[in-house]
Design a protein around this ligand. Structure first.
Ligand code: HEM
Length: 521
């Protein structure tokens, strides 16, 4: 009792005021500053394991440098990293703890497959904020846990499984095309929004047994990507502002005070997707991925909570919508702006029935294959760098000309950036230009060059939906070429609406999201 009395008398206004005096505050601030200065000094001292690696000293000193480019200037560190490589060589230190590589020949070492352990890095995953999205397979740090989570999902997205889905993808593609054609002579629209509706309905139908209904709604917007944009916009705040991550845990509690789109995305994660999953579980014959996932022996029971599954549901939609839609938009833009490429494509598609497209047949048309791969090169789904940690092995790097040799110590995050690899002038001369011909040798697809494409990532953490994405790309690109493009023209759209300028994890142009407005007559 005496102790309680003593502590309450200790908390008097006078005592608090004295404790918070200017002198004490200054003392605390200088302690904090001193601590950070010591860390900064250590970061650039010879005692730091990355001391030998080249790069800007400022970048190696603290995270403020990276924060300035990616948070303050918004997603601009990618371009800065590219300039660092021009100055310092193929491996550079880009922050106190991370290396970056721009040698495409080293891809399979960083993004290794099979049993070679590759963890992700929490600093990078912080863009995914908190809550259900932070416990998805995409956001898993540990190699071992990721294997369990991805293993359970992978069989739904194999090529064999995707071939069984082809009929549905074809049906959704044709319905999207019909809706576009109905808008003939009714003014311009952004074709990317139409593709967003197409991709979101497919992934939702496959995952939950029910499309989200975007193709059937009156216009093209809003759609899932409309809401997800605000999620991507907050990505760097989440990464660099730790209190924002803490607040994000409680997002559903203050949803009413958020902007319209952020409120909508919070509602999707907390209410709409759990409802879809519940319906899928109640209706297992029609419930598709999530109904089967619940029965999966590969996934331990503790991994099957509605909380975690709604994160996975959101992730599938977010990862499988904007990405494919952006690539299709890029294809549409280039086919409309470069008629000679369109003419070559139509020649290559001779004999194909536009109303009965077959993925496996379309894949055998090398020029269509080239048109798609050149778009994937220029518009990769994820344009932000993606680091891996080789936890158990040092990585030995030697440049092709043997000028540079490095041992990357185990445990150090090292990554690549698709937009940097894809503009390698030796592999892709005139890298800023759209040239499908570079993907064809002796009339056949250039599979050797394809090895250098990292649009879908590589190794154990590569894209789960690669086969579904290809199925959508082949069927929709061909359907557009036959049915829409002969009657369409670009409207107030230039290369500036397509060309990568910065990233919000996904590529952005100088005018914001990738877009191509078209008019159909
Ligand atoms: C053109 C279309 C697409 C592109 C370019 C693309 C690109 C990528 C990339 C680069 C990654 C790896 C990201 C990283 O390194 O952290 C990734 C991961 C992922 N993608 Fe895609 N994606 C596309 C379509 C899809 C589709 C249709 C789905 C639907 C299922 C999907 C689902 C996923 C998932 C779940 C992951 C996480 C994989 C993991 O962590 O193991 N993606 N995607």
């Amino acid at each position: 009792m005496a102790a309680i009395m003593n502590s309450s008398s200790f908390l008097t206004t006078e005592n608090l005021r004295a404790g918070l005096s200017l002198a004490n505050l200054l003392y605390l601030v200088s302690l904090w500053l001193g601590y950070h200065l010591l860390i900064a000094a250590y970061n650039i001292s010879p005692f730091h394991p990355l001391y030998r690696f080249p790069g800007s000293k400022l970048a190696a000193t603290s995270y403020l440098y990276e924060t300035y480019y990616d948070w303050w200037l918004v997603g601009r560190y990618g371009k800065r990293i590219r300039r660092m490589h021009e100055k310092y060589g193929p491996i550079v230190r880009i922050n106190p703890d991370e290396l970056h590589c721009n040698d495409p020949y080293f891809t399979d070492e960083i993004y290794a497959s099979g049993n070679r352990i590759r963890d992700k890095w929490q600093h990078q995953l912080n863009t995914g904020a908190a809550g259900p999205v932070s416990v998805t397979e995409f956001s898993t740090v540990s190699h071992e846990l990721h294997r369990i989570r991805k293993g359970a999902l992978a069989r739904f997205f194999s090529r064999q499984q995707t071939l069984k889905l082809e009929g549905e993808v074809h049906d959704f593609a044709q319905r999207t095309i019909e809706k576009m054609l109905r808008s003939a002579d009714k003014g311009p629209f952004d074709v990317k929004e139409a593709f967003n509706c197409f991709t979101a309905d497919i992934i939702s139908q496959y995952s939950f047994g029910e499309p989200m209904g975007f193709i059937d709604q009156d216009g093209w917007e809003p759609n899932f990507t409309t809401w997800v944009k605000s999620f991507f916009k907050s990505a760097y705040t989440m990464r660099y502002v730790a209190p924002a991550r803490i607040l994000a845990q409680f997002a559903p509690l203050f949803a009413n005070y958020m902007g319209e789109n952020l409120r909508a995305v919070t509602r999707q994660i907390a209410v709409v997707i759990p409802r879809y999953i519940q319906k899928a579980l109640d209706n297992p014959e029609n419930g598709r991925v999530f109904a089967e996932l619940m029965e999966s022996q590969m996934l331990p029971e503790e991994e099957k909570s509605m909380y975690r599954l709604s994160g996975e549901g959101f992730n599938l939609l977010a990862a499988g919508t904007e990405t494919t839609a952006a690539t299709l938009t890029c294809i549409t833009y280039y086919l409309l702006s470069q008629p000679e490429i369109y003419a070559r494509l139509m020649k290559a598609l001779e004999g194909v029935d536009p109303l009965n497209l077959k993925w496996t047949d379309l894949e055998q048309r090398p020029y269509l294959w080239a048109v798609i791969h050149e778009a994937l090169r220029l518009t990769p789904g994820v344009s932000h760098r993606s680091a891996r940690i080789a936890r158990t092995e040092d990585l030995i790097y030697k440049s092709k000309d043997e000028r540079f040799q490095w041992v990357i110590p185990k445990g150090v995050p090292i990554g690549m950036t698709s937009v940097i690899n894809h503009s390698n002038e030796e592999l892709f001369p005139n890298p800023d230009e759209y040239i499908p011909e570079r993907w064809i040798v002796d009339g056949q697809p250039n599979y050797a060059l394809e090895k250098f494409l990292i649009s879908f990532g590589k190794g154990t953490r590569s894209c789960l939906g690669t086969q579904l994405a290809y199925c959508e790309l082949f069927l929709m690109a061909a359907a557009m070429a036959f049915r829409v493009l002969p009657r369409a023209q670009l409207y107030e759209t230039s290369i500036e609406d397509i060309r990568y300028e910065y990233d919000l994890v996904v590529p952005q142009t100088i005018n914001g999201s990738i877009a191509a407005r078209i008019i159909i007559s």
